[in-house]
Design a binder for this molecule. Structure first.
Ligand code: 5RP
Length: 217
C-alpha cells in the first residue's frame, strides 16, 4: 500500500476517538492535512479547533472550522498530530514541518495526545530522522557548536523561518539512548526555543497504519 493510503487509513481511525462535542487540538503535516479533510464527517462534535501552525489554521478555516487561541481555552481534551519517528514507549521526534514548538505547547496542554503515523515511522531507537531544533537566530552558531559536542551534525534548514520567526537546526547522527535526558539537556541551552523530542511527555496513544489495519499502542 502507498504511504498516502496508510496516512488516510490512520487519519480515518483517529476520527473515532473524538467522542463528545469538544475543542480539538490539531497538529501539522501531510497526515494531519488528510485528517483535516475528513473532519467534516464529525463536524457536530467539534466546537472549535486549536491549531499548531499557520498552515493548519488556514486549512481549518478553508474547511469552515472555528479556530481559537490556546490562551483563550487553557487545557484541551484531545490533540491529534503526526510524527516523524516513534518508538514503543510512544516517544517521538517531531518538527519535520517546523511546527514543533506550537505542537509541543498544545501537546503539553492536552489531556490526550493521539499520534497518527504510518508504519515507516516506527523505529527501535529514535534519531535516524534528524532532530529539529527551533533556535533564536542569534544563537545559531552557539547551539550548533553544542550539538557538535553532543556528537551531532547540525544543518541549518535553508530558506525556512518558523511561524515564531526563528530558524531550525536539523541535527543528524545523534545517538538518542536517553530521550528524556537529551530533550531536557537541549532545551536548557540558551537560545533554544524547543527541540523535536517528545519524550518527557510522549503521546498517550499511537495509531500506526500498516496497510492492512491500524494498530493501537
Ligand atoms: C510537523 C510535524 C509533523 O507531525 C511531522 O513532520 C509528520 O509529518 P507528515 O505527516 O507530513 O509525515 O511534526 O512539525
Amino acid at each position: 500500500m502507498h504511504q498516502d493510503d496508510k496516512k488516510t487509513q490512520v487519519a480515518e481511525c483517529a476520527l473515532e476517538f473524538i467522542e463528545t462535542r469538544q475543542v480539538l487540538g490539531v497538529g501539522s503535516g501531510s497526515t494531519v492535512n488528510i485528517f483535516i479533510g475528513m473532519l467534516d464527517k464529525i463536524r457536530t462534535k467539534i466546537e472549535a479547533c486549536v491549531s499548531s501552525s499557520n498552515a493548519s489554521t488556514k486549512l481549518l478555516k478553508e474547511n469552515n472550522f472555528k479556530v481559537v487561541d490556546l490562551k483563550e481555552i487553557g487545557k484541551i481534551p484531545i490533540y491529534v498530530d503526526g510524527a516523524d519517528e516513534a518508538n514503543k514507549s510512544l516517544q517521538l521526534i517531531k518538527g519535520g514541518g517546523g511546527a514543533l514548538t506550537r505542537e509541543k505547547i498544545i501537546s503539553n496542554n492536552s489531556e490526550k495526545f493521539i499520534c497518527i503515523i504510518d508504519d515507516s515511522k516506527m523505529v527501535s531507537q529514535l534519531g535516524k530522522f534528524p532532530l529539529p531544533i527551533e533556535v533564536i537566530p542569534m544563537a545559531q552558531s552557539a547551539v550548533a557548536l553544542e550539538m557538535i559536542k553532543l556528537g551531532g551534525r547540525p544543518v541549518l534548514r535553508e530558506n525556512f523561518t518558523t511561524d515564531n520567526g526563528n530558524i531550525i537546526l536539523d541535527v543528524h547522527n545523534l545517538k538518542i539512548n536517553e530521550p528524556i535526558e537529551l530533550e531536557q539537556k537541549i532545551n536548557n541551552l540558551a537560545g533554544v526555543v524547543t527541540n523535536g523530542l517528545f519524550a518527557i511527555k510522549p503521546a498517550n496513544k499511537l495509531l500506526v497504519a500498516d496497510g492492512n489495519s491500524v494498530k493501537e499502542m
